[in-house]
Design a protein around this ligand. Sequence first.
Ligand code: 2NL
Length: 340
Amino acid sequence: MRELLKIMKERALLELENTNKLEELEQLRIKFLGKKGELTQVLRGMGSLSSEERPIVGQVANEVRVLIENGIEKVKEKLKEESKNIKLNAEILDISMPGTQIEKGHRHPLIGVMEELENIFMSMGFSIVQGPEVETVYNNFDALNSPENHPSRDPSDTFYITDDILLRTHTSPVQIRTMKENKPPLRIVSAGRTFRFDDVDDTHSPMFHQLEGLVVDKNITMANLKHTIDMFIRELFGSQMKTRFRPHYFPFTEPSAEVDVSCLKCMGKGCEACNGTGWSMELLGCGMVHPNVLRNCGIDPEIYSGFAFGLGVDRIAMVKYGINNIRLLFENDMRFLNQF
Ligand code: 2NL
């Protein structure tokens, strides 16, 4: 029996030496030391031993068990250490390696133009104000002296959320909010997204961008308006640019005017782009703030007067970059955007 135990021990140690997986190790333990394992089998035969031999064989059997157990423990530690090293080597981090290049983008051409316009007005002493794109009908139409039956109020022209709430059709409600909350003198510019129920074509989009300016103080006249617009246009397009003020009608200004500037292609000489007139049409609308609008905002028109103007940022961007289709500004095709 001792011989049996010795052979079993040697086989166990040999198998242990050839084990290189943790799962195999557990199978090995079950095979030799488990309830139905080989050691148990051998010990079953102890009943036939003499009473002198039994304790000696029992001791040997115990030694074999401890030997195999220790062997398993040792190999287990070795395998764990190995797999840890393999993992560590795989996860090695070289902090001196160059990082993944992130492609740098740039401002959208439209936002670039909007900021350029804002910067010009800031250099002239205007503050930039902002307001919500979802507005009240009162701020968007009523306060601006828009007649009850004006076509722009129709649900076929304006995106209504409820009877009293809409998507702003111009940035003027931002000026209304500012006038209601602040006392003159005011010199403000607001720019942002505006919405009209338009069908899309080369020059129209239901979402477009406006920039509006407003000045309210004592003794503000049409001369201040004209000078401010002239300075702005020359700052934007160059000192040779001429402006032309044509009488126009807006409900919120009186008198009102539309402003044409020299044709950018021929600088006023006349070419096919301007139909030989030398003028680039309708770049800007303006006028003296209607007394009703001032009154609606709690400003006394007997003491204060003001001028206001508005322009389409998309149109300025298109003129500036020679873009002939407004859709290009909103499709975000990288082949288009990367040109700016
Ligand atoms: C255009 C014309 C304009 C205004 C906007 C305005 C705002 C207030 C009071 C009076 Cl709060 N006027 N804004 C005035 C004249 C023209 O815009 O063609 N925009 C694209």
